[in-house]
Design a binder for this molecule. Structure first.
Ligand SMILES: Cc1ncc(COP(=O)(O)O)c(C=O)c1O
Length: 388
C-alpha cells in the first residue's frame, strides 16, 4: 500500500496550484480545437485567436483599471516584463547619471537589471529602509529623492515576508518620478488601480495569483511613456517595413504570442472577477491569521515579517531552531505531504534586510484553494519537526 501522505501545496508564491477548472478547460479546448497563431493570417482560426487575445487584453485592462487595453502588452512572465521596463526605459526616460530608488524587498528580476545598469550605464541607486516591523518605509521617500531621481521601482508584496507596500502613498509622494510596480505577488489578491495609484508601469505574471499557466504575464504602460523594445521581429502588422512598429502593443510583442497562455490568463482573471477579489483576499487572510496564531504556540520556530495585526499577504517565512531550511522543507514534504519552498526565494537583498542571509527561510504561501485543514497539517508537521 502507498503510505505517502496526501499532497498539500503551500508554495503558491512560486506558482499557484491548482488552477481553476475554467482555466484548464479554456487551455485544453483551444489546444485541441484550433491553430494558435493570431494576427498573421486571414483564416478563421487566426481571426478567432486574435479575438481571444483581444478579449484577454480587455479583461486585464479592466482588472487594473487601465483605460485603454492597447496599453497592456503580453510577455512570458513578470521577469520579462520588468526587464522590458527597466532596460527599455534606458534611452527613453532614463539616462546615464540618473538616480533610481527601490526597496530591499526586490526580487532579482528587478535587482539584477538595476544593478546591471548601475555597473554598466552610470545609474545610481538608493534603497528605502525597513521599519522595526520589517516594512518598507515609504515615508523616507522624500529624504532619498534627488533632483535627478527619475524612477521608483517597488515590489508591491514581498515574496519573502508577505509585507505590503503602500502604493497609494508612493503615488502621492513620487512627484515627477516614474513609478514601476512589480505586482508578481499582489495581482489577483490585492486591488490594483493604475490610475488611482499613479502607476506608470505595472508588471504582472500570469501563473501566480492570476491563476494563468506558466509562460504568461505582461505589463501596463502609461500613455505617453515609451520603452526601447527588447525584442524586434514579426508582429503581423506593418509587414511591409523592416522597422519595428512604433505603436502599442505590437512594438513590445514581437514573435508569435503564447496564445494558450494568454487565453488561460484571461480565464484566470475572469475567475477572480467572478469569485470576487475581496472573497479571495478574505480567505487567504483567514488562513494566514490561523497559521500565524498556531505558530505562536510552537516552540523553536521564529517567524519573520509583519505580525497578524498588520497588512500582509499569506506568505510566511520562518526558521526552525537547530534545523536547516532544506531539511525542514524536505521533511515537511516527505512526512506530511506539505510542499513549501526553502532558501533565498530569488530575493537575496530581502534576506539580507531581515537577517536571514545566506541560508534563507522556509516559506509557506497559502492560496485560494487551501483549506483550514491544510493549515492544521502544516502546523502539526512543523510542531513535530521542531520538537524532534
Ligand atoms: C516579487 C516577485 N517578482 C518577480 C518574480 C519572478 O516571477 P516570474 O518567474 O514569473 O517571472 C517573482 C516570482 O517568484 C516574485 O515573487
Amino acid at each position: 500500500m502507498d503510505s505517502k501522505p496526501a499532497p498539500i501545496y503551500v508554495d503558491n508564491a512560486a506558482t499557484s496550484f491548482p488552477k481553476p477548472r475554467e482555466v484548464i478547460d479554456t487551455i485544453s479546448s483551444l489546444l485541441g480545437g484550433m491553430s494558435l497563431s493570431p494576427g498573421r493570417s486571414a483564416h478563421r482560426y487566426s481571426l478567432e485567436c486574435s479575438r481571444i487575445i483581444f478579449e484577454a487584453r480587455e479583461t486585464l485592462a479592466s482588472f487594473f483599471n487601465c483605460p485603454d487595453s492597447s496599453r497592456i502588452a503580453f510577455a512570458c512572465n513578470v521577469t520579462e516584463a520588468l526587464n522590458a521596463g527597466i532596460l527599455g526605459l534606458f534611452g527613453t526616460a532614463l539616462h546615464p547619471g540618473d538616480h533610481v530608488i527601490t526597496t530591499p524587498f526586490e526580487h532579482n528580476s528587478v535587482m539584477r537589471p538595476l544593478r546591471y545598469l548601475e555597473k554598466n550605464a552610470g545609474l545610481t541607486l538608493s534603497i528605502l529602509p525597513l521599519s522595526d516591523e520589517g516594512e518598507v518605509m515609504v515615508s523616507e521617500l522624500p529624504r532619498l529623492m534627488r533632483d535627478n531621481t527619475r524612477l521608483i521601482v517597488v515590489n508591491h508584496v514581498s515574496n519573502v515576508t508577505g509585507s505590503v507596500v503602500d502604493l497609494e502613498e508612493i503615488g502621492r509622494l513620487k512627484g515627477e518620478c516614474l513609478l514601476m510596480v512589480d505586482a508578481a505577488q499582489s495581482a489577483g489578491v490585492f486591488s490594483i488601480d493604475v490610475k488611482k495609484m499613479h502607476i506608470d508601469m505595472l508588471a504582472f505574471t500570469g501563473h501566480k495569483s492570476l491563476f494563468g499557466p506558466t509562460g504568461s504575464g505582461g505589463f501596463y504602460l502609461r500613455e505617453g511613456l515609451a520603452l526601447q523594445p527588447l525584442k524586434m521581429g514579426g508582429t503581423g502588422s506593418n509587414s511591409e517595413t523592416e522597422v519595428q512598429p512604433d505603436f502599442m502593443p505590437d512594438i513590445y510583442e514581437a514573435g508569435t504570442p503564447n496564445t494558450l497562455g494568454i487565453a488561460g490568463l484571461g480565464s484566470g482573471v475572469e475567475f477572480i472577477v467572478k469569485t470576487g477579489l475581496a472573497a479571495i483576499r478574505g480567505h487567504e487572510q483567514r488562513l494566514c491569521a490561523l497559521f500565524l496564531d498556531g505558530l505562536r504556540q510552537l516552540k523553536n520556530v521564529t517567524v519573520f515579517g509583519p505580525g497578524a495585526g498588520r497588512q500582509r499577504a499569506a506568505v510566511v517565512s520562518l526558521r526552525v531552531k537547530g534545523k536547516s531550511e532544506s531539511e525542514v522543507a524536505f521533511r515537511l514534504d516527505r512526512e506530511f505531504g506539505v510542499m513549501v519552498r526553502a532558501g533565498l526565494h530569488c530575493a537575496p537583498a530581502a534576506h539580507r534586510a531581515i537577517g536571514t542571509f545566506p541560508a534563507g527561510t522556509v516559506r509557506f504561501s497559502f492560496g485560494y484553494f487551501n483549506t483550514e485543514k491544510d493549515v492544521a497539517t502544516c502546523l502539526r508537521g512543523l510542531d513535530m519537526i521542531a520538537a524532534r
